[in-house]
Design a protein around this ligand. Structure first.
Ligand code: SF4
Length: 269
């Protein structure tokens, strides 16, 4: 299946957020070509006008996002934190060419807004020069597996896990605050201890999240599991109990304490 990519003009860049610890979001793109099998943002498709395209195969590039942001920041003072990329990845492949996220960062830096970025791409290191200009800036990398083979199955177009770990290292070496987002935890595939070992010394904290299969992603997840990990299919079909997730949360807490990594949150759906 080929990708449908187009440029569009947006009417707003900043949107109010209901996410914990985030006050505003900026999504420089609509859609996401990282195409993660479990993606929770696929509900966005119904607001995009892409009736013919599957989620993960279309991308609208908000060509004027920075220009609109500049006007928005002229009219209001931002209190709180702006997250770049809540229903897209701000550093997806098209960003290399279009630099929409970079242009937004230039504007945000002029106003020294507090920012947070969550990505699966090593492209974020291109903007270290800009990120260093913020008084409050943190960058999170999703590390839901410890094995590159698994990430190539579930997040086919994102950077590999090894590249994400190197990215954390590079950001931190340049004085940028970093965190790892271990989510979603995929039962039987996410090796929590190995992940914690990999990120140790490279992050300020860890956030974790249980797997949610109630957001239109169940068929896709089951398809990937059936094809690649048939021995896990039955357990994924049956789902995972709240007692199971309590046990996972507890063991994450213990491992984080053992490795001296603060666990800032464990989101259990
Ligand atoms: S990077 Fe995030 S928004 Fe993009 S497909 Fe993956 S989970 Fe969805």
């Amino acid at each position: 299946m080929s990708n449908s990519i187009r440029t569009i003009q947006c009417r707003s860049s900043l949107t109010k957020s209901k996410l914990p610890e985030v006050d505003y979001c900026i999504n420089p793109y609509i859609g996401c070509l990282h195409r993660c099998a479990y993606c929770y943002a696929r509900f966005m498709k119904r607001f995009t006008g892409h009736t013919e395209d599957d989620w993960g195969y279309f991308l609208d590039i908000k060509e004027n996002a920075a220009c609109i942001l500049k006007k928005e920041l002229k009219n209001k003072k931002i209190q709180g934190t702006v997250l770049l990329g809540s229903v897209t990845d701000a550093y997806q492949p098209a960003e290399k060419k279009y630099e929409i996220t970079r242009a937004c960062l230039e504007i945000l830096a002029e106003h020294d807004v507090s920012i947070s970025i969550l990505t699966k791409s090593n492209l974020v290191t291109r903007d270290i020069d800009l990120l260093s200009r913020f008084s409050n800036c943190e960058v999170g990398l999703t590390v839901e597996f410890s094995d590159d083979q698994f990430s190539s199955i579930f997040d086919p177009a994102a950077s590999s896990i090894s590249e994400r770990i190197k990215t954390l290292e590079q950001l931190r070496a340049n004085g940028i605050h970093t965190y790892a987002f271990m989510g979603p935890i995929m039962p039987g595939l996410t090796n929590i201890e190995q992940i914690i070992r990999l990120i140790s010394g490279k992050v300020d904290y860890l956030m974790a999240e249980s797997l949610n299969m109630r957001c239109g992603n169940k068929q896709e997840i089951l398809g990937v599991i059936k094809w690649n990990f048939p021995e896990l299919l039955e357990s994924y079909q049956n789902g995972f109990s709240s007692d199971y997730w309590k046990m996972v949360k507890r063991s994450t807490e213990v491992l984080c304490a053992n490795y001296g990594i603060p666990l800032k949150g464990f989101y259990d759906h």
